[in-house]
Design a protein around this ligand. Sequence first.
Ligand SMILES: Nc1ncnc2c1ncn2[C@@H]1O[C@H](COP(=O)(O)OP(=O)(O)OP(=O)(O)O)[C@@H](O)[C@H]1O
Length: 288
Amino acid sequence: MTTTTPTTTTVLDASGVTMRFGGLTAVRSVDLTVNSGEIVGLIGPNGAGKTTFFNCLTGLYVPTEGTVKYRDTVLPPRPHLVTQAGIARTFQNIRLFANMTVLENVLVGRHTRTKEGLWSALLRLPGFKKAEQESRERAMELLEFTGLAAKADHLARNLPYGEQRKLEIARALASEPGLLLLDEPTAGMNPQETRAAEELIFAIRDKGIAVLVIEHDIRFIMNLCDRVAVLVQGEKIVEGPAEVVQADERVIAAYLGTPFEGAPGKEEAAEVEAAEAEAQSTTEGDDK
Ligand SMILES: Nc1ncnc2c1ncn2[C@@H]1O[C@H](COP(=O)(O)OP(=O)(O)OP(=O)(O)O)[C@@H](O)[C@H]1O
């Protein structure tokens, strides 16, 4: 009997990605790869450039410098072409069609995978009906997968918050991606919803879809990710397995606000620390 080892392929290869807005460099020469079968985390303090980097990957922004490849092909900077190529995303702020049903929201996500054109749809030609039936079946499968099937006919706006986030993921999956980008998927969730989101992301990975996720909830990211990259002021300062990144003093410094060697703002932080120490000694003096 022969055993086959699954081969790892590079799904996403971002190289030297820089994004400038006028005088501000929001992302500076960032390299990042995501391989098949991986869940990769992207963390960093507020304003570090995480969402800007995502926007460069998905064609919303044209990077000032650098290239983004999906499975060895350079991506055109057009969101619908990026989706068609195989990258889907969710947004930091929920973007559902609130007055459409849950099922209709997922069907919208299918449009990059259906070939039938406008005339076919208007005339309801046999090809369109068949494609529509297939899309509905596929959308219902995704609703089963995300635990929303019982609510297929509900309006999206009537779903509780955690389920709206799940619906966004179901809609993204409808485009049949090979890579899913999640921008703060647990923002605003309670611990139970966060746990469910974690399980859903593992299940997505187990379906063979690679995942790149931005999150502020460090515990969530450390549980979830095979590899974590840290952005600070637009630069990737560390990348590695979760446990290594978690213990890295530069990461601790970035999160706790303690200056590390060479960090921008080190002098200002030292001044603040000195002022705080002085205020503390004055207060202690007052107490005596
Ligand atoms: N379209 C834009 N025009 C000008 N500046 C921008 C634009 N988008 C983002 N920025 C700036 O780029 C920097 C990085 O912002 P970005 O939203 O990417 O950070 P982030 O790490 O996603 O932050 P957060 O965790 O708060 O969402 C910020 O200084 C932001 O003000």
